[in-house]
Design a protein around this ligand. Structure first.
Ligand code: ATP
Ligand code: MG
Ligand code: ZN
Length: 703
C-alpha cells in the first residue's frame, strides 16, 4: 500500500499530536507499510510504538501487538482509544466473560490494535478468535526476550516463531497473504539480532538500527569500599535534590533494605519488585509516572516500556549482570533529551550474586539426566510439590547405590547439590516440560530424550556478558566509547567528555597533573585469580583475559574469566602480572602461591600498584609531591626563560619536567642517570635543586 508523505505527516499531527517524525520512524513506518518483515532497534524512548501503531491505523485488518508488559497494556490501549483508534487487550486481570467478549470482537475485526503477552498463545479461545480474524500484522515488542543471548530471555517469546507459523497455516489462505512480522527492541548486540530473526522466523527482514548513543546521559562508576553503599547513595540523592530518580538493585532483599533505610531518612521514596501483589505494583507504577513518588527503588522488573520522560538520575546500587541490562536501565534517564546522569555503585561482592545466578540459570549438564529422572518419577502420577532438598538427597543416594553395586560402571558423579536441582527445575519450567502453578508442578510438554548441550553454551555466554560488565566497571577508558563498541557500533577510539573517566582525564590536564592511574587491590586479586585459571601456555593468558579467543577453544575454567579484562591495556595487564610475580603472590607458572592466598584472604597487603616498577614502597613519589614539584619547576622554567630571553621549550619540555618531578630523589647524580646531558645539568641543576629543596621543606596544602 502506498501512502504519500503529506498524508503521513497529517496523521502524525491529527492522531498522535506530533509535529515531526523522530530519527528512524519514517523509514520504519514506510517499510512496515510495504508489507515486509522487519527488525527495528531504536533506543529506549526512541518512539517504537508509533512505528506499528501508525501503519495499523492506515490499512484495514488487525495488528496484534505482543508485549511482555501486562501492566502497561491498559495504558497503551487507553491512549489509543482516546485518540479514536479501536484497540483492546487481554490479560489475566480480566474475567472470562470480559475475555470472551473481547475475543468475539477480535474475530469480527473490530480492533485495529490488540495487545497480548506471548503466553496468550496457549489459550485456545484466543487462537480460535485470531484464526477467524482479519489479522494482518504481528508486532513483537521487546523482541530481545526471544533470544537466549539477550539479557531477558523468556521461553514463551522463543516459541513465538512456531506459534505464528501455525497461525499462518490456518490464516494465510483466507486473508490472502502471509502474516507480516515486525519486531522491535531497544538493545540487541549483533548476535542477539541474528537470534531474534531466527527465533521469530522473520523472512528477509528490513533492518533499521539506530545509533545507540544517548548523548544527554553522563555515565560514572563509583568503586565502593564497603558493601553497604547507603551513604554514598544518599550523598548522590542530596546532590540531586528533588530530581526524579530510579535506584536499581539486583535482589529483592536489597530493594527492601534500601527502601526502608531511605524512608527512615525522610526521602519521598517507594519500591517495586516482582514479589509485590499486582495491585500494589500498578499503584507504585502509576504514582511514579504521575510524579507522586520522587525516588523509586526497584529490581530490573520495573521500567521496560514505562514512559516517564523526566527521570534525571538512575543509580545502580549493585552491579547488574550484563552491560545490556545496565544500558537499558541507565537509558530510563533523560528520555526527554535533557542532561541526566547514570551512576553505578560497584562493590566486588556484587560479583558473587551474579556467579550464583549464572549457576542457578544453567545446571551442570551431566547432572540434568538423573535429576530429570527423579522428577519424572515424582510427577508421573499427577501434580506434586518438588522439594529441591529431598530431590538432591534422593539423587545422591541413588548414585551412591549404583556406584557401590557396579563400581566399574559407576557414574562419574558423586553428589547432586540443591542448586543443581533448583537449576534443573528452572530449566524444565522454562522449556515447558513441566508447569508450575501455586507451589505445585505437573508434567506438561515432557521431552524424554532431549540433548541439553546448548545449556553449556548459554552458561558460557552468560560468563562473557558478566565479565564484560566487570571489566567495564574497572576500566580507565571512555565508558561511552566502550559501550558503543560493545554493541558493535564501530566507532574509532574517542573520548566523549561526558563520563567520569573522560572528566578525570580532562581535569588532570587542566591542573597539569598526572592522570590518576591506580589499580585497586580487588582488581589485582581478580587478575591473579583469572591468570591462574588459564592453561599454562606462555602468553595465552593475555588472549583469554582480553577475550580474543573463540569460546570453543576455552576450557571451562577459562570460560569463566574470558574477556574479564577486555577493556584494560595489555601493557597494564603485563605490568600488574609482573608485579604479582615480583611480590611472590603468583608463581612463574601462574599459580597462586601460599603468600598469594594469604594476601587474597586479607592477611597481607600489596604495595600501591600505581607506581609501577618500584617494589620498594619508600621509592614511591606521591601524586601530591609530583604535582607540587611540577608547579615549582614550571615557574622556575618560566623565570629562567625570561631572564635569558629564550623560549621555555629550549630549557626543557613538559615531559622532561615530569621526569624530573617523578624521581624519588633529585640530585645531580639522579639527573645524569636519567639521561640529562652534562651540559644541561651544569647549566641548570644548581638553581633548580635549590628551588626544589625549598618546596620540600615547606609543607603545603595548595593542591
Ligand atoms: N515523533 C514524535 N515526536 C514527539 N514525541 C514522540 C514522537 N514519537 C514518540 N514520541 C513520544 O516519545 C515517548 C516514547 O515513545 P515510546 O513509548 O513509543 O518509546 P519506545 O521506543 O517504545 O521506548 P521503550 O524502549 O522504553 O519502550 C512517548 O511519550 C511518545 O509519545
Ligand atoms: Mg516501548
Ligand atoms: Zn567518556
Amino acid at each position: 500500500m502506498n501512502i504519500n508523505i503529506s498524508e503521513m505527516n497529517a496523521t502524525l499531527k491529527s492522531v498522535f499530536g506530533f509535529d515531526d517524525f523522530r530519527d528512524l520512524q519514517k523509514p520504519i513506518v514506510t517499510s512496515v507499510m510495504s508489507g515486509k518483515d522487519s527488525l527495528s532497534i531504536l533506543k529506549t524512548s526512541g518512539g517504537k510504538s508509533l512505528c506499528y501503531q501508525m501503519p495499523a491505523i492506515y490499512r484495514g485488518g488487525t495488528t496484534l501487538v505482543i508485549s511482555p508488559l501486562i501492566s502497561l497494556m491498559k495504558d497503551q490501549v487507553d491512549g489509543l482509544t482516546n485518540r479514536g483508534v479501536p484497540a483492546s487487550f487481554v490479560n489475566s486481570s480480566l474475567t472470562s466473560q470480559e475475555m470472551n467478549e473481547r475475543y468475539r470482537k477480535l474475530s469480527r475485526g473490530e480492533y485495529t490494535l490488540f495487545y497480548v503477552s506471548p503466553e496468550r498463545f496457549m489459550d485456545e479461545s484466543f487462537v480460535g478468535a485470531l484464526v477467524r480474524s482479519p489479522l494482518h500484522t504481528i508486532a513483537i515488542d521487546e523482541a530481545h526476550c526471544a533470544s537466549q543471548w539477550g539479557h531477558d530471555f523468556r521461553p514463551s517469546y522463543a516459541r513465538l516463531g512456531e506459534y505464528i507459523d501455525r497461525l499462518d497455516d490456518h490464516l494465510s489462505k483466507r486473508v490472502g497473504h502471509r502474516i507480516q512480522r515486525i519486531a522491535f527492541t531497544a538493545t540487541a548486540t549483533a548476535r542477539v539480532q541474528e537470534d531474534i530473526i531466527k527465533m521469530l522466523r522473520l523472512t528477509d527482514p528490513d533492518k533499521h538500527i539506530q545509533d545507540f548513543d544517548r548523548e544527554n546521559l553522563s555515565y560514572s562508576v563509583v568503586l565502593s569500599r564497603k558493601p553497604d553503599r547507603s551513604s554514598e547513595i544518599i550523598q548522590a540523592l542530596e546532590e540531586h535534590k528533588g530530581d526524579c530518580t530510579i535506584i536499581y538493585c539486583v535482589t529483592v532483599k536489597e530493594v527492601e533494605r534500601l527502601y526502608s533505610h531511605l524512608s527512615s531518612q525522610g526521602f519521598n521514596v517507594d519500591r517495586y519488585h516482582g514479589r509485590l501483589e499486582n495491585e500494589e505494583k500498578s499503584r507504585v507504577q502509576d504514582d511514579f509516572i504521575a510524579g507522586n513518588i520522587q525516588i523509586l527503588v526497584s529490581t530490573s522488573a520495573f521500567g521496560m516500556g514505562v514512559d516517564k520522560a523526566d527521570v534525571r538520575l538512575v543509580l545502580h546500587a549493585q552491579m547488574p549482570g550484563s552491560l545490556e541490562a545496565w544500558y537499558q536501565e541507565a537509558g530510563r534517564a533523560g528520555r526527554d533529551g535533557k542532561p541526566s546522569k547514570a551512576i553505578l555503585f560497584y562493590h566486588e561482592n556484587d560479583k558473587n550474586i551474579h556467579k550464583f545466578f549464572i549457576g542457578a540459570a544453567s545446571p551442570d549438564i551431566t547432572k540434568i539426566e538423573p535429576i530429570k529422572d527423579m522428577i519424572y518419577r515424582m510427577l508421573k502420577n499427577g501434580a506434586a510439590g518438588l522439594d529441591p532438598k529431598i530431590i538432591s538427597l534422593n539423587c545422591s543416594r541413588q548414585i551412591a547405590v549404583i556406584n557401590s553395586v557396579m563400581p566399574s560402571n559407576g557414574l562419574p558423579l558423586t553428589e547432586i547439590s540443591v542448586n543443581d536441582v533448583r537449576a534443573t527445575i528452572n530449566l524444565l519450567v522454562n522449556q515447558g516440560e513441566i508447569e508450575e502453578f501455586d507451589t505445585m508442578y505437573q508434567i506438561s510438554n515432557w521431552q524424554p530424550a532431549v540433548e541439553y548441550v546448548w545449556v553449556d553454551e548459554v552458561k558460557r555466554h552468560n560468563w562473557l556478558k558478566f565479565n564484560a560488565m566487570c571489566s567495564w566497571c574497572e576500566t580507565n577508558l571512555c565508558r561511552r566509547w566502550q559501550i558503543l563498541r560493545y554493541f558493535d557500533e564501530r566507532k574509532a577510539h574517542y573520548r566523549c567528555g561526558n563520563c567520569d573517566n573522560c572528566q578525570r582525564e580532562a581535569l588532570s590536564k587542566l591542573k597539569h597533573t598526572l592522570p590518576e592511574k591506580t589499580v585497586r587491590p580487588s582488581t589485582l586479586m581478580a587478575l591473579a585469580n583469572a591468570i591462574s585459571s588459564v592453561e599454562k601456555t606462555p602468553s595465552r593468558w593475555v588472549h583469554v583475559l582480553l577475550g580474543t579467543l573463540p569460546v570453543s577453544e576455552l576450557t571451562p575454567h577459562e570460560t569463566e574469566v574470558s574477556g574479564r579484562f577486555a577493556w584494560h591495556a595489555v601493557a597494564d595487564l603485563r605490568r600488574w602480572r609482573n608485579m604479582l610475580i615480583d611480590n611472590e603472590f603468583l608463581s612463574d607458572q601462574h599459580s597462586i602461591t601460599e603468600k598469594g592466598q594469604a594476601w587474597i584472604s586479607g592477611k597481607l597487603t600489596i604495595p600501591d600498584a600505581s607506581a609501577p616498577k618500584q617494589s620498594d614502597p619508600s621509592n614511591e613519589v606521591s601524586l601530591q609531591t609530583v604535582n607540587l614539584r611540577m608547579k615549582a619547576l614550571r615557574s622556575w622554567r618560566k623565570t629562567t626563560a625570561y631572564r635569558q630571553d629564550i623560549s621555555e621549550i629550549s630549557i626543557s619540555t613538559e615531559a622532561q619536567l615530569k621526569k624530573i618531578a617523578s624521581l624519588p630523589s633529585i640530585s645531580i647524580e639522579s639527573l645524569t642517570n636519567s639521561g640529562f646531558s652534562s651540559g644541561w645539568v651544569s647549566q641548570h641543576a644548581e638553581t633548580m635543586l635549590k628551588i626544589l629543596k625549598k618546596i620540600e621543606e615547606t609543607p603545603s596544602n595548595d593542591l
